[in-house]
Design a protein around this ligand. Sequence first.
Ligand code: UDP
Ligand code: MN
Length: 299
Amino acid sequence: MEEAVTKPKPPLKIAEEDGSCPAVERIPDLQGALPQATLLIQNLQEGEVHAVHPELGPGGSWKPNDCQARDKIAVIIPYRDRQTHLTRLIDFLIPILQRQRLDFRFIVTEQYGNDLFNKGRIMNAAFIFAESLGVDCVVFHDVDMFPQDDRNPYSCPPGPRHLGAFVSNLGYQLWYKEIVGGVLAVSMSDYRAVNGYSNQFWAWGGEDDDMGQRILSLNYTIERPNPETGRYSMLKHVKRKRTAPKLIYKLLGNSANRVAYDGLNETDKWTIRKVTTRPLYYHLYVDVGEVPEEWRAKA
Ligand code: UDP
Ligand code: MN
């Protein structure tokens, strides 16, 4: 009697002629729309995530071995007191970035102390750290943004690319043209060209719109995915108070002027107090300095 022989499947051939990984549009094993069931936020320990991904190197780093990655990226996550979101997000992103065949690592940038949040400063600090890792671009990624489709490219963009364009809580609509909040990919040279984020926004709101205006003021176009692949679920969290709307609007009235002097070049506005290389991410503790009186008065 003949035995049934199961032929082993030939491994999927990924690499292009020159050995490099294909661009996202040509990767054959992406899934498209992703199930969102995992977003039920139960606590997930970092150790559990690491145990499922022993292939990750220090700082949650990884690169494909079936082709030569085109881009070396750092995912920068601004963070304070949202542990359950953080571990879930990293767990969710790892397989997506692996399927996209990117050379990646994670940088969690946490503000030191309990004072008013300054997202611009902790982003600038993390960017400087990312430069020291020799990456080609950074992807700024709010901790509560979960992609709904793995065809949205996390690769390095030729100009600023707003990945987080269509968000569940915002009715999957783009509300205004300078919007770049949530998830933004930018090359090292473009981030330098816009002088990074403003250091002047405290508490909630403004810094992202200011970034959008910086980008547009230098005549870049903001690239966006299409409305299907660019969908994100934003997790629920306590809404932070917009403490000083008048100060925010005043600043947003002169974003283009501030590009020259308010941003990455003011390196005395923050100090990286501590860097820890953890199994899933580099952890930065960033001191953002004193809150100015006019902002504190409103808090
Ligand atoms: N963030 C954080 N803890 C905070 C406030 C902000 O981790 O207490 C980070 C987190 O990455 C978050 C991002 O900053 O996704 C933007 O803040 P938030 O989600 O509160 O802004 P909103 O969704 O209201 O625009
Ligand atoms: Mn949010």
